[in-house]
Design a protein around this ligand. Structure first.
Ligand SMILES: CN(C)C(=N)NCCC[C@H](N)C(=O)O
Length: 288
């Protein structure tokens, strides 16, 4: 099994993650809290109340976990294509796989990465939702002192299954949308690249950026539900499951609830995924 894809997936994912984390914090707050009037209001309040550091809350764990999560996504994607089409990454420019194979490989990568991502994503969302300023003497301490304390508290209070709260919604979010992610990327690269050649850096950046936007627009409804399920159980259980969360969110806030955070998700998705795909492609060409 070729391992370069796993390593390239890890490094490229880490670069994208650091770039996108501040946007991600704003998105999570908008999806789970009703105190903000919009993106700008949320950014101003975070900056005033929590300083620049507030935007980077919950980032250490995703950085540590990206090695597993992104390498699983890209590694499983590429190795599934290898099984389905018997072509390696280098051979795929000359013998492009069908879009059905790309979609299936993307869905497989998305499904497996969601399982690895679930506990890390839960801890990230819980930490991002703590609005207390960091390290201010005299101010009330936040519920979680950091990622390890957060993981230990969830485990103690809610058991092993508590660490997988929201995992179903995450799998439902990531399985089809990772198919969309890779199809959009490949489709745009093929459209703007002469047959048999490697896509230029500009093409990779644009295709990666739009792949991020397309997948996140499709993912946002279940992303909202996932974030709410992950915050549920913090004090008391409100939702019985994914469907119940959907129904009660729509009843209380209307259909628009499914698009909460879509603008910030898209604004974040372009640079994050442009950088992710550019570094992924170049690392593989470099090692190839
Ligand atoms: C849930 N969806 C749509 C995705 N995860 N899409 C792929 C983008 C992955 C990238 N690390 C990012 O965070 O944008």
């Amino acid at each position: 099994m070729p391992v370069e894809e796993f390593v390239a997936g890890w490094i490229s994912g880490a670069l994208g993650l650091v770039l996108g984390h501040p946007f991600d914090t704003v998105k999570v707050r908008l999806q789970t809290q009703t105190t903000y009037r919009g993106i700008v209001d949320c950014m101003v309040k975070i900056y005033r109340h929590e300083s620049l550091l507030g935007f980077f809350k919950g980032m250490s764990f995703p950085i540590a976990s990206i090695a597993v999560v992104n390498s699983v996504l890209f590694g499983v994607y590429s190795n599934t294509l290898l099984v389905l089409t018997a072509t390696s990454h280098q051979e795929r420019r000359a013998q492009p796989p069908s879009y059905t194979h790309i979609f299936l490989a993307g869905c497989t990568g998305g499904f497996l990465q969601a399982y690895c991502l679930a506990p890390f994503d839960l801890i990230k969302v819980r930490l991002q939702n703590q609005t207390e300023p960091m390290a201010q003497p005299g101010s009330p301490p936040p519920q979680y002192r950091g990622p390890v304390h957060c993981a230990a508290s969830i485990f103690r209070e809610e058991g092993y299954r508590g660490l997988f709260r929201g995992a179903w919604a995450l799998m439902l979010r990531d399985t089809p949308t990772m198919g969309i992610y890779f199809i959009t990327y490949e489709g745009l690269c093929r459209q703007y690249t002469p047959e048999g050649q490697n896509p230029s850096s500009a093409t990779v950046l644009v295709a990666g950026g739009f792949a991020g936007i397309a997948s996140w627009v499709a993912a946002t409804p279940l992303d909202v539900i996932k974030s709410r399920m992950q915050m549920d159980g913090l004090r008391r259980r409100v939702y019985q499951g994914v469907l119940d969360c959907m129904v009660s969110s729509v009843r209380q806030e209307g259909l628009g609830v499914f698009f909460r955070g879509v603008t910030i998700n898209s604004a974040r998705a372009f640079p994050v995924n442009a950088v992710t795909f550019l570094s992924y492609e170049y690392l593989l060409r470099w090692w190839g």
